[in-house]
Write a protein that binds this ligand. Structure first.
Ligand SMILES: NC(=O)c1ccc[n+]([C@@H]2O[C@H](COP(=O)([O-])OP(=O)(O)OC[C@H]3O[C@@H](n4cnc5c(N)ncnc54)[C@H](OP(=O)(O)O)[C@@H]3O)[C@@H](O)[C@H]2O)c1
Length: 240
């Protein structure tokens, strides 16, 4: 039986992905600070702790799929967010998955496994008052896209996922100085829909990246074409 490890499988998108993987025949391991009842096994760890990669590697005897999903958001201008807060976001959204991949790479090479990196559409479109999060996810997406080529040469597949907003309570748990405005048109998009699309992309070995929901991709192109309008709207929405 194939083993999949999901970081942040205890809630939100990670939990939906973990359950979908289980339904598709994987033995699923959750890695997070809270226990996940849906997992076959839990490795309780704070991914930002120095010893986390070693502890997690020691807890896995085989690995076919790693989903780097755990993350936090940051909502505020660069004058509101402190550098310590920005470092915290970079630690979980950027450094932690890199360190984890490096610790688990021997197992993934052995199984000719797959890494799924959950980036964000925030890597593709730069939203005022979300700059700290956009920076962390842009860095993570750059890591993921370059890793695809680097690790592909070592027999490990890397798939990058760019989700748009899905209501999981993520923004409530973020470091935030401002209320998050509604994203027009995102209602009805669920974590289970996200997991279903991710599994479909995973089943196709040639797929390199996934944008979810699909219309976020043309949305980013339109926002770039009508940049001034887009920025004016954001100034209003975020009360800047
Ligand atoms: N929801 C969205 O709209 C959206 C959009 C684009 C991208 N994303 C990305 O998708 C991923 C999941 O988002 P979500 O909405 O599902 O968020 P969520 O509901 O807040 O879940 C985050 C998960 O990450 C885990 N986590 C957070 N900090 C951790 C730490 N230091 N160590 C270990 N685990 C930690 C949490 O588990 P514990 O609390 O148990 O540790 C939780 O299971 C994130 O990377 C996010 O940036 C989300």
């Amino acid at each position: 039986m194939k083993t999949a490890a999901v970081t942040g499988g205890s809630g939100g998108l990670g939990n939906a992905v973990l359950k979908a993987l289980k339904k598709n025949g994987y033995r699923v391991v959750n890695i997070s600070r809270r226990k996940c009842a849906d997992a076959d096994e839990n490795i309780i760890a704070d991914l930002t702790a120095a010893e986390a990669p070693e502890t997690i590697a020691a807890g896995l005897d085989r690995l076919d799929l790693l989903v780097n999903n755990a993350g936090i958001g940051a909502y505020g201008t660069f004058q509101e967010l402190t550098c310590d807060e920005l470092r915290k976001v970079m630690e979980i959204d950027f450094f932690a998955p890199i360190k984890l991949v490096n610790a688990l790479l021997p197992e993934l090479e052995k199984s000719h496994g797959t890494i799924v990196n959950i980036a964000s559409m925030a890597a593709k479109i730069h939203v005022p008052a979300m700059g700290g999060y956009c920076a962390a996810k842009s860095a993570f997406a750059a890591y993921s896209e370059t890793s695809r080529v680097e690790l592909g040469r070592r027999g490990v597949r890397v798939l990058t996922i760019y989700p748009g907003r899905v209501d999981t309570g993520f923004s409530q748990r973020a470091i935030k100085y401002r209320e998050v405005p509604d994203t027009p048109g995102n209602s009805g998009v669920t974590a289970d829909m996200f997991a279903e699309k991710l599994l479909k992309a995973l089943a196709k070995p040639r797929v390199k990246r996934l944008f979810f929901p699909w219309w976020y991709r043309p949305g980013t192109i339109l926002a770039k074409l009508f940049e001034d309008f887009y920025n004016r709207k954001n100034v209003e929405l975020w009360k800047l």
